[in-house]
Design a protein around this ligand. Structure first.
Ligand code: PLP
Length: 264
């Protein structure tokens, strides 16, 4: 059914506060005019102040959600977000190997801005060895890139080296997000493509606490553009521009790290 409306599935955790995780993904997919679907891996009790608690679902239910989608729906791209622990990373990997949900964007979510660990420390190895090799694109922020490569990143040269190392783990393309960097003026991301070509994407840094869900929004937007047929580099540029616009167009929600404005 080649003519079906473009669909994207997010495989991730929920955010009861609506700003990150599956909620940010579905809002992004809606804004980008693709039909969003979700495999829920974990449920968080969360607001803009932080993550109060979470629980991962039984892996049987993850298998069943994948099976339900595969039996009827045709996602043209997919993304992963919060995967909780090694058992769940492995379950998601085994399911991804059985289905064809199009290009896979791996957002290797580890620690929320409030400090909560959304991935158990011992699961980093499972992400590195099992999930990253399936990825069309991996989108770590700086701390996640450090964790995946086990090396410090203190310079742009280190960022480039980290992207190469992540590609050597098996990811086709890598985007290292510089949002956690210390340049007060620019947020610069490094993109290394499958053919070895690379480019930097820079946006003026916006001084704001309202950045909850930026990583989710970026990866969901890239998946949406891929599902609509865009080239990967164009999808990445569109994702960066969408996140920058969504940070800039603030909305007043909550008392902590506020959410993005997805109506942009
Ligand atoms: N909660 C969930 C379920 C997430 O998937 C993410 C995504 O990274 C976060 C929270 C973290 O959001 P942030 O670090 O942008 O505040």
């Amino acid at each position: 059914m080649a003519n079906e409306f473009p669909q994207v599935v997010t495989i991730a955790g929920t955010d009861s506060g609506g700003g990150a995780g599956v909620m940010a993904d579905l809002k992004t997919l809606q804004a980008r005019h693709v039909f969003g679907q979700a495999v829920i891996v974990a449920v968080t009790a969360q607001n803009t102040l932080g993550v109060q608690d979470f629980m991962a679902l039984p892996t049987k239910l993850i298998d069943e959600q994948f099976a339900s989608l595969a039996a009827d729906l045709k996602p043209r791209a997919c993304k992963t977000g919060m995967l909780a622990d090694a058992e769940h990373v492995h379950a998601v990997v085994e399911n991804l190997k059985k289905v064809d949900f199009g290009p896979l964007i791996v957002d290797p979510v580890m620690i929320a801005k409030g400090g909560a660990a959304l991935l158990a420390a011992d699961a980093i190895q499972t992400v590195r060895e099992e999930l990253v090799p399936l990825a069309t694109l991996v989108t770590p922020n700086l701390p996640e890139a450090v964790a995946l490569t086990d090396r410090p990143i203190e310079s742009t040269a280190d960022m480039i080296e980290a992207a190469k190392l992540i590609q050597q783990l098996g990811a086709k393309n890598v985007m290292i997000k510089g949002g956690h960097g210390d340049n007060p003026e620019l947020a610069s991301d490094f993109v290394l493509l499958a053919d070895g070509s690379h480019f930097w994407l820079s946006a003026p840094r916006i001084a704001t606490k309202r950045t909850h869900g930026t990583g989710d929004t970026l990866s969901a937007c890239i998946a949406a553009e891929l599902a609509k047929g865009a080239d990967l580099s164009i999808a990445i540029e569109t994702g960066k521009a969408f996140v920058a616009a969504a940070i800039k167009a603030t909305i007043q929600v909550g008392h902590g790290h506020g959410p993005l404005n997805h109506w942009v």
